[in-house]
Write a protein that binds this ligand. Sequence first.
Ligand SMILES: Nc1ncnc2c1ncn2[C@@H]1O[C@H](COP(=O)(O)OP(=O)(O)O)[C@@H](O)[C@H]1O
Ligand SMILES: [Mg+2]
Length: 438
Amino acid sequence: MSSKPTESESRLLTQEYEVLHEVARVLHSSQGMKSMLENVLLVLTGFDELKVERKAGIFLADPDKKVLNLYCTLGEFTSVFLENEQVIPYGDCLCGRVAESGELLMSESCFSDARHERRYEGMQAHGHYIVPLKTREKLLGVMFLYTNTNPSWYKHSQEVLLSIGGLVADAIEHSLVEEELTRYRNELEERVVERNIDLKQVNTTLQKEVVERTNAENELKNIREQLRNLSNHLQNIREEEKTRIAREVHDELGQSLTALKMDLVCLKDELPEQRAELAERVQSMSGLIDSTITSVQRISSELRPQILDVMGLCEAIAWQAKEYQKRTNLQFDLNCEHIPLNKELTTDLFRIFQEALTNVVRHAEADRVRVGFLQKGNRLTMEIEDNGKGMPLEKIDHSQSLGLIGIRERILFLDGDVEFLSKPGEGTKVVVNIPLEP
Ligand SMILES: Nc1ncnc2c1ncn2[C@@H]1O[C@H](COP(=O)(O)OP(=O)(O)O)[C@@H](O)[C@H]1O
Ligand SMILES: [Mg+2]
């Protein structure tokens, strides 16, 4: 049965309540850890019943090194004291003992207590409360409060001090975690800033590289186009040259030879009959002139067949096929339409046809060739297909396949496309498609 508290007991209870309330308020205020703890010390030194003097301090524990580090003090301490009390090993003097035991310690007087090992010149007689700052059995520090030489040891003093120690320890742990978090956050922010700078640099370098590469690509494109134009130009010059030489050879040489032949016929008529050996000479000269005329015609046609300009591509293809048939044992299967085309296109298609045909004769070992030349809608299709051994795939894009490259270049200029289709042993098919202007 608890009896009704006396008036002095009530006063004490009120004071305890007030101190605890004040400590809790200070610990919940949003100041930094140091001023928060200094204010706690200030509240406690105002608690009359403990007979505390205005001198107190807090150590923080370093469990790895097993030492206490002086964190803050309240009241007047000599500089010698402050210097020497910065670090206290666990077990040393009063505070070190509390760090080791985790128990509250009260000392009547620094002079009579043998545990008070550290003494200083001019030290005044005083007593102590040494309070462990523990939260969930973990020691975070030690709080010391100076008292007069006779500290109060009233009924609740230990409980109150231990409760306050627990509250302070919680607050310290909270602050330390927060400090750590802030440190991490700052570190992270710094890293993000560094990373951003790095990324920006990488980005700048990349952009520069992209610009350089684009420039190089454009330059390459230009050069390729120039080369293509040059090749086309040379091709045209060559064609004109061939046409001119073919005409001159055909017309001038041909006419002179024909005139010569006619003269020879007259000469033969006028020879006396008894000069039979002269008549024979004239006969053989006439034969020589005939075969020379044939040669001149052949050379002229090989340079540029007149039929191409006079009759058109379809007829030129037929003529060329017949020429090949005479010289090789190739059989031709022609399916060509007569399509009126301009001179350039006629020339290009004829030269492509000739190159494809030369390849058949040279490489294919074929005995049949099918040639198609047709108009389908507004495009032209030309196909040259042999039944030979087939074209090795790697030759199609080989840099040394100059004949095939020439075909491709001509087609490219005409906005068309060409395909080389081939399987080993199954022959080769060259398919050309050219769009016709509407
Ligand atoms: N109709 C074909 N049949 C088999 N192989 C072919 C045929 N056409 C081309 N080729 C192959 O492709 C190569 C490249 O042809 P081309 O560029 O015209 O060069 P070239 O005729 O001067 O060798 C030829 O060397 C040959 O091996
Ligand atoms: Mg060739």
